[in-house]
Design a protein around this ligand. Structure first.
Ligand SMILES: Cc1cc2nc3c(=O)[nH]c(=O)nc-3n(C[C@H](O)[C@H](O)[C@H](O)COP(=O)(O)O)c2cc1C
Length: 206
């Protein structure tokens, strides 16, 4: 009798343990489609709403564009011509060379290397370019005419050998067909500091 009692108690203990184990397993199960906790990998960094889109033939403007992107936490996109400018193309002492011929013709539209400018993903677009014969290079005109800037906050900044920003901003704004919220631009040194750039754009409300 004693043995029977001991056997029953042992059986109850074993069944109890199995029951607990089964419940524990169930508690850890998740219905299909339940989002899993993601505390193992960091969340991807949020994309900036500002895009710095630049063209640079000899890297001065590239330097300004990179400092601007850093100062504003912006994304960077390089506007590249399908046919890169050679040193000879850029020789403004010879009026028959490519860049100068293009600048004399306000209808010239050098082809772009790609049409992947991430315009739709950004609210604010800052165009950055050198001054060629007092204006923006024609490749900037091709770029602006190739995208829809409706509702975007926009401006242009530039580098030069000494000339001011000239009419480049007015002309680029015209090419957006009045669809962008255009702000006045500014000439910077290629060596402009992050603080100087930050202050300018803060005053613009960017
Ligand atoms: C074809 C051409 C025309 C230029 N015209 C001017 C000009 O009218 N005024 C000026 O100050 N600098 C002029 N420059 C000098 C550039 O604006 C200056 O070197 C600029 O910083 C170059 O930028 P990048 O190195 O990004 O190409 C001209 C340069 C080139 C190649």
């Amino acid at each position: 009798m004693k043995k029977m009692l001991l056997l029953c108690v042992s059986l109850l203990v074993v069944l109890g343990i199995m029951g607990c184990g089964a419940d524990k397993g169930k508690a850890e199960e998740k219905p299909a489609g339940t989002p899993q906790a993601t505390n193992s990998a960091p969340a991807p960094a949020a994309k900036s709403k500002i895009l710095v889109a630049y063209f640079s033939a000899t890297n001065n403007t590239k330097q300004l564009a990179e400092t601007t992107a850093k100062a504003l936490g912006a994304d960077l996109y390089e506007i590249r011509p399908a046919k890169p400018y050679t040193r000879e193309d850029l020789n403004y002492n010879d009026e028959t060379t490519r860049a100068t011929v293009e600048q004399k013709d306000d209808k010239a539209r050098p082809e772009l290397a790609d049409h992947n400018g991430p315009i739709a993903e950004h609210d604010t677009i800052i165009l950055v370019h050198p001054i060629w014969w007092g204006q923006e290079p024609r490749i900037m005109d091709t770029f602006v005419e190739s995208y829809d800037f409706t509702g975007k906050n926009m401006t242009n900044i530039c580098t030069s050998g000494g000339s001011d920003i000239g009419t480049s901003g007015d002309y680029l704004q015209k090419l957006t067909k009045g669809k962008a919220n255009w702000k006045p631009g500014k000439l910077f040194s290629k060596d402009a500091s992050e603080a100087e750039i930050k202050n300018w754009f803060k005053a613009l409300g960017f």
